[in-house]
Design a binder for this molecule. Sequence first.
Ligand code: SAM
Ligand code: SF4
Length: 368
Amino acid sequence: MVVPIELIDTKVERLSRLAPEDVVPATEEILPPTETATPLPPLVDGFGRRMNYMRISVTDRCNFRCTYCMPAEGVPWKPRGEILTYEELLRLVHVGTRLGIDQIRITGGEPTVRRNVVDFIRELAKIPGVRDLSMTTNGLLLPHLAQPLYEAGLRRINVSIDTLQPEKFREVTRTGNLEHVMNGVRAAIAVGMNPVKINAVIMRGVNDEDVPALAQLTVDLGVDMRYIEYMPIGVSWEECEKHLVTGREMRERIRAAGMELEPVPPDYPEEPARYWRIKGARGRIGFITTLSEPFCATCNRIRLTADGKLRPCLNCEDEVDLKSVLRGGGSDDDLIAVFREAARRKWAGHQLRQHATAANRVMSQIGG
Ligand code: SAM
Ligand code: SF4
């Protein structure tokens, strides 16, 4: 449900407008790990799926309050001491690469509000086993950060934009400024990030009318446009179902607007999005159909929360605590055992219909 902007508690607005230095842990000097990596047998779950993709949430803080992601009043931030330091994260990535994790996506909360995120990206990009490094962001700080992030080694970026109508954008994000975010997208394109992908969560009665206009970005800006089905994380299945628009319906809306779509292959077989292209467009149109056409059978992902838990699936509360092993003086072998335990706990499917209300975290605390 979209909350009218005038009803938002002023304290929430104030909080969400905090400058980055107010909402990030104290400055950290980043020292890369010293151990030499020896490859190990890959990380494989109980269903034979190989996990080579880790989404790392670097903060649970955010400067937006998107209606589909967190409540209007926000969620209590984890104390700073509970958030993994960059050194801890780098050590975990080193360990992960020994298990064959070669794709890393940085997310949040909003990753760009964490201080020194550019330095962190620079260190990540140096890790030899990291073949693919990307970030998911709300884009607000990209006008300033696109260039330094690119220079630090980030080449791929996803920006969340759910509508091209400024007023509606503000309602959905509860605080966001569309113009700043669009400037961020243009900055990312201008510095040479490729691909730049736009993510939109489509909700009936909120932004389902905006589907064709967003598709036009693949022509006008040459970006990839990805539509995400609304997921019941932190809300009930019944509430989610009211707003759910399937990928199929979104494609019908695009075609009904006179845009002809032709299917195109994904970047790699395990990619959750299925892609189409408007004839002649540079960018592609992707659909992440978690609920209507789940892609769990080919899932290659594991998630690391900002407070140091390995989460086997987006919707699985059966997390394994990496932080206590890290901070308890655990060896790399101990950490590897935690990775393998998380893989063992991975479900066959997301169970979002069965366990929608049981989620112990809202999306911003997981990382999407
Ligand atoms: N703050 C960054 C952003 O918004 O891109 C990164 C974190 S956000 C949690 C990651 C992704 O999760 C975003 O693309 C967002 O649209 C998506 N997301 C959040 N809540 C969702 C929901 N209930 N259903 C589907 N996707 C959701
Ligand atoms: Fe923040 Fe991203 Fe969640 Fe929006 S979707 S509230 S920008 S974490």
